[in-house]
Design a protein around this ligand. Sequence first.
Ligand code: ARG
Length: 464
Amino acid sequence: MSNTTNQQWGGRFSEATDEFVARFTASVDFDQRLYRQDIQGSIAHAKMLTKVGVLTAEECEAIIKGLGEIQADIESGQFEWSVALEDVHMNIEAALTKKIGITGKKLHTGRSRNDQVATDIRLYMRDEVDFILTEIARLQQGLLELSERNADTIMPGFTHLQTAQPVTFGHHLLAWFEMLSRDYERFVDCRKRINIMPLGAAALAGTTYPIDRTYTADLLSFSAPANNSLDAVSDRDFGIEFCAASSLLLMHLTRMSEELVLWTSSQFNFINLPDRFCTGSSIMPQKKNPDVPELVRGKSGRVYGHLMSLLTLMKSQPLAYNKDNQEDKEPLFDTVDTVRGCLRAFADMVPAIEARKEEMREAARRGFSTATDLADYLVRAGVAFRDAHEIVGLSVAYGIKTNKDLSDMTLEELQQFSDQIQEDVFEVLTLEGSVSARNHIGGTAPDQVRAAVVRGRELLARRG
Ligand code: ARG
């Protein structure tokens, strides 16, 4: 191939492409991933050309049959991809012509690789977003199950990673559920702008054939043809949006990962991750490492990087198509693979998390986590909040000195700090009393957790 010019565009060239340049500019090694969408787009284009009288019905039939055979060849590993043919589009078109002769050469009428590639990526992204949405929902489903099982499980809630107030583990998990609901909405929103059809823009200015873009858009289930041909071939906003939504999702997964890593450590010892999600150490026989959450935490870097790559790729690009845009694919593909992998790992792992309820409870008991409850108790008895804060501060200092939690002190000991404290104080100093008192929408009370799980299930059901 090195001494011939490209069959599809070689007409005006007097020497062959430099061998290195041919390899350097080719994208077939990675864009062959788009073969299904390329064939799908070509079939719709051929049908539309037939409808408007540019192709005959027999030609259309031959094209569809040929493309079907090519798809089968690709899927059975018999297709020979050629770097000399540059990209997936020209490889498939050349193979079609080889199969069906001159009719194959008519497929590209009224079309350019510029609108073709933009269409292919959008079709591909649309499918991937749909899959990602189902995986987010599967993970959310798992979180609801685990929350329900742990609606009454008490753990310390943290601020500054210091014990703050007791919360229920179910409530903590539902915070993750909320993050994922926002991610879900972002992908749904991103899909709207993916689902616009570039075909018909041709190279940049549209085409002189009497095309019916609405018909092609319908065939491909796009919501509408793109409004402006120049924008249609050059827009990659949807890819950037996809990477932005993916970055936020990964950021959330890193937060969850971080907590899982902390909680599995012997210092916390809050949860057990089943062995199948962990690995061992080749030197330290006692180790069981939370590799899955650690790796997810690490993989966020790639996705953030791809967002930055695509923003930089598009920065300052003049209209319309530029070869720069060929560089959109690898970041997008790797983002898709990373997001799919991380979601799968999480969706499989989360329902299998086992809470160590006793350890969680003990940790909540240890950290004076009901101190705010004592302050609120004093306020209800008529003490101003700042004074109550001071009284509780002194009680905590006494507890540290005597190694006693507030709930372990006698009434007399507590009354040293305020004579407003009465026997009923012990109801608010218990962990159960503390969490069930926060009984409002969005609060940590077990009843609220159960109600939120019901609402979560309704939300998932409404999405269909
Ligand atoms: N492989 C190219 C890409 O991915 C296809 C479009 C090429 N268009 C062109 N005029 N060279 O962007």
